[in-house]
Design a protein around this ligand. Sequence first.
Ligand code: NAD
Length: 260
Amino acid sequence: MRIGVAGLDGRVGRLLAASVAATNGLEFVGGTVRRGIDPSASRFGSIAALAAGCDVVIDFTAAAAVAEHAARLADSGVRWVLGTTGLDAAGEAALRRAAGTIPVLRAANFAPGVVLMVELARRMAAALPADRFDAEIHEMHHRDKRDAPSGTALAIGRAVAEGRGHDLDAVRDEARRGQCGPRRPGAIGFAVSRGGHVVGEHALSFTANDEQISLAHRAFDRAVFAEGALLGARWLGAPERPPGLYGMEDVLGLRSAAPG
Ligand code: NAD
């Protein structure tokens, strides 16, 4: 399987390139970097040029690049593993359009433990009444992270909302400061910390008057994202995979447990 890496000089992209090159059965084709950065032998001048020689492109770049990547990759017919987070509405729409033409695997977090945490969050939310258990999500990442709350925190929040039969946008609460008043019933609260080199920490708590239940995940090394994305790339690259939008819950066989 021929693999290209969009975001080759990024924190995750560098690990991916090394992992692909070291894995039997995978061929590392090369990658792209942000425009204006020096090209070298393994760096292609455009996503389309990279895609032309690949079976799967793994993309850990920036939200601003997603709409263009979606269009170019759909044109080329290559399969697309997308790890980039913080997509705006146009990026989301472009992603869904591309998934009508090519197989796309998108995950806000490729760590298997987080995929399980999202699924458990959905089940806990379905079991714990929203009028008794206040759901709060806290995330912490390194000081250079650009989007907030993290894509993973939002995925956990979406799972909680889905488990309760709510729409996340109607219940999310990220702006508590000053005279913000009491907590809204049924709200899903988000708190964000940034600092140092923290790879990624997420915690979800359900707090009632008399008890609290929590889930937490810590990534110690970005290799967990690269290895998860590679697992996903091999799954997505299987010849029988039809066009569509997939998640790591499909790769890990957890999809059937999700309601709807
Ligand atoms: P980084 O800043 O270290 O690397 C970004 C890479 O993208 C670089 O190679 C850069 O050259 C390239 N790039 C930047 N802007 C671009 C543009 N406009 N067009 C094309 N390429 C561009 O970032 P990182 O920590 O490697 O994270 C990259 C993305 O992946 C972020 O959105 C981050 O939130 C996300 N991420 C996802 C997961 C996951 O498991 N899904 C894990 C970690 C990070």
